[in-house]
Design a protein around this ligand. Structure first.
Ligand SMILES: [Fe+2]
Ligand SMILES: [Fe+2]
Length: 506
C-alpha cells in the first residue's frame, strides 16, 4: 500500500496515496480523538472503494488496515441533507479496513468493513451471505400502529441464526417502507440509523424505494394518507398537508450508484441501480416512482435489459417494493385498481418486467409491501392474474406430475437450467417478505378466503391455519447463501428458526 501517488478529487481519496499523504508535503495527519456522529453509515462499498457518510460536527475521516494507526486522512464534502461524505478509492479486494471520524488516528473497535471480492471472483470462503428485510421501518415512534421493538426482534432472529455457523452477513438489502410513516429524515433517523447502527458501520446498506418513502398522498382531494402518493416525481414529496413539496429525503440520505460505481451498467439515477459482490449481481428497481410514468418505466426497462445483458454472474438477484404476485392482507396483486390504483405498480411490474426476468437470467426476486411471507414455485411466463397460473408456468414438477410442482426443498431442488428450459435460465423464484418490522394479523382489503392463498405461492408447512396457507403471517427476514454450486434462501423468524427454505442448483 505504500510508495504510490496521491490522487484527490473533491473528497475522493485514493489509498494509493498512503505514503504521499504522510510525507508528501501535506500536513493532514490522522491524530486526535474520534468525533461522535448523529448517524454513521457506509454506501457504495465495492472491491476497491467505499463511501463513508455521517451527520455531525466532524469534517474528516481516516482509514487504514491497522485499527490503532490509521494513516490515510480525507476532508469530507458536505452533501444534501447536511450529511458529510468521504469516498476512499484504491482499496484492495476482500481486505478489512478500519476508519475513524474527525481525523482520529485510532478507529473505534466497531468501525471496520471488508471490501467486496473482485467482480467475477468467489469470496475467500466461497459463500455470499445476504440479509434482506422488507417493510422494516417500524422502529420509530411515528407510526400509527404500534410495532415497538419488532424490527429489533427480527434483527435478533437473524443474529441468532447466523451465530450458529458464525458466518457474518456480507450484503444488507432493504426492500422499501424503510422508515414509516412518511420516509422523513426523522423517520429514517429512528427506523434505520438508531435501529441498525452496528450493522450500518460495517456493511453498506442497499435500499429500494417503498410507497412510504414518498410521504403523504391524497386518496381524494381531502383525505391525505402516508404511503398513498401516486406521483412519479421525487420532488413532490410532502410530510404534511399544506406543506411545500420538496425532494424525497431518501435521495438526500443515500448515496447510491448512478454510474456503475460498484459494478453493473450505469443507470443515471439513484432511484434504480445495480452492483456486484463477487459472482453475485444485485439489481434494485424503483416500482414506486419510475413505474408510474410510461417514459420512466420504459427507460428503467431498457436499462435493466442492458444491465442484465452484460451480466454473467452465477446468481442474479432483483429487489423492488411492490410484489408482482401477492395475496397480502392489503395488497392483492389481482386487485390493484382499488383506492385510486395506488397498487397498480404490482401489475405493471408483473406485466412489464417478469418477461425481462425470464429472458435475461434473473434467479430470484424479492419484494416487500405485503406484511407477511410468501414464496413462489420456480416460475416462468406468468404475467396474468392468479387465475391464469397453471402447470405451464412451473419448470420443476415432481415425476412430471402437473399437480405436483417441486417445492425447492430437500430432494426437490430447483435447477437453474432445467430439463424443460432448453438450456436457458428462464425460471425465477419470487419471494414477498414485507414482515421485517410488522406482520398483518388479519385480512384487510383482501378477501379473507384469499388471504395468503396465491396459487403460484407454495404452501407453508409452518403455517398455523388449516387448511395451511401459501404464506406465513409472522415477522421475520430472509438470509440468502449464494455459493458456487447452490443458492439457498431461508426465511428466519424472530427466534432465529428457519420456517421456509429453497435451493437452486447451478
Ligand atoms: Fe409496508
Ligand atoms: Fe408498502
Amino acid at each position: 500500500m505504500s510508495g504510490r501517488i496521491l490522487i484527490t478529487a473533491l473528497s475522493v481519496i485514493s489509498l494509493l496515496a498512503l505514503s504521499a499523504c504522510s510525507d508528501g508535503g501535506n500536513n493532514r495527519k490522522c491524530k486526535g480523538e474520534e468525533v461522535p456522529t448523529e448517524r454513521l453509515f457506509l454506501q457504495q462499498l465495492s472491491d476497491t472503494s467505499v463511501v463513508i457518510k455521517w451527520r455531525g460536527a466532524a469534517t474528516a475521516a481516516c482509514i487504514g488496515t491497522l485499527q490503532d494507526t490509521l494513516k490515510v486522512y480525507a476532508d469530507a464534502t458536505v452533501t444534501e441533507g447536511d450529511h458529510k461524505q468521504v469516498t476512499f478509492t484504491g482499496l484492495l479486494p476482500e481486505v478489512t479496513y478500519f476508519y475513524s471520524i474527525g481525523g482520529a488516528r485510532q478507529a473505534p473497535a466497531d468501525q471496520y468493513f471488508t471490501t467486496h471480492p473482485q467482480p467475477g471472483s468467489l469470496p475467500a470462503d466461497g459463500n455470499t451471505r445476504i440479509w434482506l428485510i422488507g417493510d422494516s421501518g417500524t422502529g420509530g415512534d411515528d407510526e400509527r400502529e404500534d410495532h415497538e421493538g419488532e424490527a429489533l426482534e427480527v434483527l435478533a432472529g437473524m443474529q441468532a441464526y447466523t451465530a450458529r455457523d458464525g458466518e457474518p452477513v456480507d450484503v444488507f438489502l432493504m426492500l422499501g417502507d424503510n422508515a414509516y410513516d412518511v420516509g422523513s429524515d426523522f423517520n429514517f433517523q429512528q427506523a434505520v440509523f438508531e435501529t441498525y447502527p452496528t450493522l450500518l458501520k460495517r456493511l453498506a446498506l442497499w435500499p429500494t424505494i417503498g410507497n412510504h418513502e414518498m410521504g403523504l398522498g391524497f386518496l381524494n382531494p381531502t383525505v391525505a394518507l402516508p404511503g398513498f402518493s401516486q406521483s412519479p416525481d421525487p420532488d413532490s414529496w410532502i410530510e404534511d398537508t399544506g406543506a411545500t413539496p420538496r425532494g424525497m429525503p431518501y435521495l438526500d440520505i443515500f448515496t447510491l450508484p448512478t454510474n456503475g460505481e460498484a459494478g453493473g451498467v450505469p443507470s443515471g439515477t439513484e432511484q434504480y441501480y445495480s452492483f456486484d459482490y463477487g459472482r453475485v449481481h444485485i439489481v434494485s428497481l424503483d416500482s414506486q416512482l419510475s413505474a408510474r410514468d410510461p417514459d420512466q418505466l420504459s427507460a428503467m426497462k431498457s436499462w435493466l435489459i442492458e444491465d442484465l445483458s452484460s451480466n454473467d454472474a452465477d446468481w442474479t438477484i432483483v429487489i423492488f417494493h411492490h410484489p408482482p404476485y401477492s395475496k397480502g392482507a392489503n395488497h392483492d396483486s389481482d386487485d390493484t385498481e382499488k383506492l385510486g390504483g395506488f397498487d397498480m405498480p404490482q401489475q405493471w411490474m408483473r406485466e412489464q418486467f417478469v418477461p425481462v426476468f425470464d429472458q435475461y437470467g434473473v434467479d430470484v426476486v424479492y419484494n416487500g409491501h405485503s406484511h407477511s411471507y410468501e414464496r413462489s414455485f420456480y416460475l416462468t411466463n406468468l404475467t396474468g392474474k392468479s387465475d391464469t397460473y397453471s402447470a405451464a408456468n412451473n419448470a420443476e414438477l415432481v415425476d412430471g406430475n402437473p399437480n405436483r410442482p417441486a417445492s425447492g426443498r430437500g430432494t426437490e431442488e430447483y435447477r437453474q437450467l432445467s430439463p424443460t428450459s432448453g438450456g436457458v435460465d428462464d425460471r425465477v423464484v419470487y419471494t414477498v417478505t414485507g414482515n421485517g418490522g410488522k406482520a398483518d394479523s388479519s385480512s384487510g382489503l383482501t378477501e379473507a378466503s384469499q388471504w395468503l392463498r396465491h396459487p403460484a405461492m407454495i404452501e407453508q408447512p409452518a403455517d398455523t391455519v388449516q387448511p395451511r396457507r401459501r404464506g406465513l403471517a409472522v415477522i421475520g427476514s430472509v438470509v440468502v447463501d449464494a455459493g458456487p454450486e447452490r443458492l439457498r434462501a431461508h426465511f428466519i423468524d424472530a427466534e432465529g428458526e428457519v420456517l421456509d427454505s429453497f435451493t437452486i442448483t447451478r
